[in-house]
Design a protein around this ligand. Sequence first.
Ligand code: AQP
Length: 329
Amino acid sequence: MTRVLSGIQPTGEIHLGNYFGALRNWVTLQDRADAFYCLVDLHALTILDEPGVLAERTLRQAAILFAVGLDPLRSTVFVQSHLPEHNQLGWVMECQASVGELSRMTQFKDKSARRSGEHISAGLFTYPALQAADILMYDADEVPVGEDQRQHIEITRDLAIRFNSRFGETFVLPTAVHPAAGARVMDLQDPTSKMSKSTDSDAGLVNVLDDPAVILRKFKRAVTDSETEVRFDRATKPGVSNLLEILSACTGVSPAELAGRYHQYGPLKSDTGEAVVELVRPVQQRYHDLLADRAELTRMLRVGADRAQAVASATLARAYAAIGMLPRN
Ligand code: AQP
């Protein structure tokens, strides 16, 4: 059976990019694959500067994952820091990575540029090695992610190839899988940039937990262009094309076909907003129900951590043995 692994940072919120780019695919995959999904709280430390907030965000993020449809019986959902094996294999992978290749990671360049003049942690630079460990730990064949993660899956493969050639066949080489629609959701106010929680303003960011009235307003104010023709063309009409892609991800109708149904921007904006509201309504309801029973949520995560640890400890032992480290007796 195909093994899949993917992760998400525990921000306590997810936006439409996270949902269409990754989570919806995660839910589909749990029916045809052995699925491992990780709340990567250690990755959140790369830019965390506020004490006492991460546990609550992690629990809320877990509630979102279950609310969008992950089933703890069919998926292994767990918190990264509950398994020290991730740090241990992370160090091994850090020692396979070169400073040169880590310097070429666009996410590091973007995020460090945004923090210019502020503290930039070494973790922000090295986290692709930890992410490689997260993936390789589970012998994942497929990694369902949005397109922004393409480079990170490539470096994971490069590190696995390097390790395997140095120390012998140890890791499975994973492949990134992207959804047909919604692999790259753009900011509603700046449709040439991806929708991202770390933008300066949240006017172009739609969170799945946003109030329906807020969602409708954000779509109404979405930036389009000075023309009037509804056409699907990412290069010259990024705003309109983004709306068409979001509506396509909601309805399953192709963006080009949807474009033929509209002659004005206004109805396209309001229909897309309405479609998103209908999509998130049941998710919001389940989210609130799940959060009402925190003991049960914690139990679900413990079950996931136990299942994940059985695989993780075996992989770590295999990697240490391949390197030839002295076992503890
Ligand atoms: N705009 C997007 N379109 C499609 N997929 C996206 N993903 C993120 N943004 C988009 C996918 O969501 C998954 C989780 O990614 P993450 O843990 O990096 O989530 P995040 O950090 O909350 O996402 P952001 O908004 O991208 O944060 P920044 O910009 O701060 O890193 C991944 O599969 C990702 O591809």
